[in-house]
Design a protein around this ligand. Structure first.
Ligand SMILES: [Zn+2]
Length: 493
């Protein structure tokens, strides 16, 4: 007999203060179902790929691919969109019944005004509809979770790496644990402990010390026991009661073993909170440019990381770089559909007057009025060659490569992060063609750009994702107890 295991996935990381809302129509447009979804994701380094490949390889399992909605790292969802997503997931699961197991991929940091914890909501609805079917949940390392999030599922595992180079492995871990429940007829312990620490995304890179040491301790606990431990960074910019770091332990030796390990590592995170929260230096715009001018890249580009930008359209660095002699500058994947359409209408070779970038919120720095030459314009899709989401298809929508002075900017209509060499390769360029590259990724760019750049200068701007998490206007998070600089943050297990 074969176990019928369904897969359903939803990926949205929300900055709750971003004024751009993902609607039900956005959700519908970014949803694939059934065999089309399986075809798009099987063999890719994604949770869906890892899950479906694991099920295909198992002699005693049949994959039932249902649905995947990928919105990305953006602003909030509308309440209506979350209601639609939940309903769609439930109706597809009902139609696929009878099922032996369910794998859910939930990012963990999605946010909508009417929901305290969207992931808990989805899990609870699925559990109510399928009370006797084991549920295994795969999450992003940046998910905001607590023990209530997982009260009604059986397994929860998160990415171990940021950059997220192990998305496929995470899907496989969630699926293997589910299959083990089905094969052995028993469930593992599942415990969550929160250290009461909130860190900005740039400090969540898993190679940074001392965070890397705590994560290594999780691997050591796994080597010594029969468990799967996820140290999760959380996502500071989604304002929820459970915003912040977590340790999630799945332990086949039972609930007490899981709780002990989750607490042990959460205590370590808490003890090291100040060091974790000051792991890399952050410059302001003028400091970053002074640094750049004092020491240009030697044979490789210098990366300026405009990390506080959450909508990929900030203009603080671009404006500052326009009248500086710093060599050739590239600004890949700026989100500006209006400019992309304008460039497309004008066509390659045309010179156009633009209001570039800075349109999504007052905090993004405002548009820059300039005249640019259109080098290329059209609809652009490509297959990821980088280490994250390898093999997945990215649709940038209407896209243009424009040039003004020493600066080239690629503008896109679908929100996308430049994290590897692809934003250059798709225009027959290379990163090393440039002296300076402006990126907006938080940690994912490091897999490619640490070796590909001369150095990385992290730049803080007055935008919606500040390095100083004290500046975030929290209303739901209990800030009295949950910051790295509190004398005694509260441990919640
Ligand atoms: Zn993440």
């Amino acid at each position: 007999m074969s176990f019928r295991v369904a897969y359903a996935g939803f990926m949205l990381e929300s900055v709750s203060a971003v004024p751009v809302i993902s609607t039900k129509d956005d959700f519908i447009r970014n949803t694939t179902r059934g065999e089309a979804m399986a075809k798009a994701f099987a063999g890719t380094n994604t949770v869906a790929g890892g899950c479906l490949d694991t099920l295909d390889a198992a002699p005693d399992a049949v994959a039932v691919p249902l649905v995947q909605t990928v919105i990305g790292a953006l602003g909030p969802a509308s309440d209506e969109a979350i209601a639609w997503l939940t309903g769609e997931t439930l109706s597809l699961l009902a139609r696929a019944a009878p099922l032996d197991g369910i794998v859910l991929f939930l990012h963990g940091a999605s946010w909508a005004p009417g929901y305290e914890d969207i992931e808990r909501h989805v899990i609870s609805k699925v559990r109510n509809a399928h009370p006797d079917v084991p549920i295994s949940v795969a999450l992003d390392y940046h998910g905001n979770v607590d023990s209530r999030t997982f009260a009604e599922c059986d397994v929860a595992v998160a990415y171990r790496h940021s950059p997220h180079t192990d998305m496929g492995q995470t899907g496989a871990r969630a699926t293997e644990a589910l299959l083990r429940i089905l094969r052995e007829g028993r469930k593992p312990g599942l415990a969550v402990c929160k250290p009461g620490v909130v860190i900005p995304s740039i400090l969540s890179a898993t190679a940074l010390e001392p965070l890397a040491t705590v994560i290594a301790e999780a691997r050591a606990l796994e080597a010594a026991g029969d468990c799967d431990i996820s140290v999760m960074a959380g996502f500071a910019y989604a304002d929820s009661p459970n915003t912040g770091m977590s340790v999630v332990a799945v332990d086949w030796d039972g609930q007490e073993a899981a709780a002990t390990k989750a607490r042990q590592l959460a205590e370590r995170l808490q003890a090291l909170r100040r060091e974790i929260s000051s792991a890399i230096p952050v410059a302001d715009v003028s400091g970053a440019l002074a640094d750049l001018e004092a020491r240009p890249g030697a044979g490789k580009p210098v990366v300026l990381l405009e990390h506080a930008d959450r909508m990929n359209d900030s203009t603080y660095l671009l404006r500052a770089l326009m009248d500086r002699e710093v060599g050739r500058v590239s600004v890949p994947f700026m989100f500006d559909p209006e400019t992309a359409e304008q460039a497309l209408a004008a066509g390659a070779g045309a010179e156009i007057d633009l209001m570039l970038g800075g349109k999504t919120s007052p905090e993004s720095g405002g548009p820059i009025a300039l005249r640019a030459k259109v080098l290329w314009a059209g609809h652009k899709t490509y297959t990821v060659t980088g280490q994250m989401q390898t093999g997945a298809t990215i649709d940038l929508g209407t896209t243009a490569l424009i040039e003004f002075g020493h600066i080239r900017v690629s503008v896109v209509s679908n929100f996308a992060f430049a994290i590897d060499g692809d934003p250059f390769y798709i225009f027959d360029e290379r990163p090393e063609d440039y002296d300076v590259i402006v990126l907006r990724s938080k940690t994912h760019f490091r897999a490619f750009y640490e070796p590909a750049s001369d150095r990385i200068i992290v730049v803080d701007t007055p935008d919606l994702g500040p390095a100083d998490v004290k500046l975030i206007p929290f209303t739901q998070l209990d800030t009295a107890q949950k910051f790295p600089w509190k004398e005694t943050p509260v441990l919640t297990c």
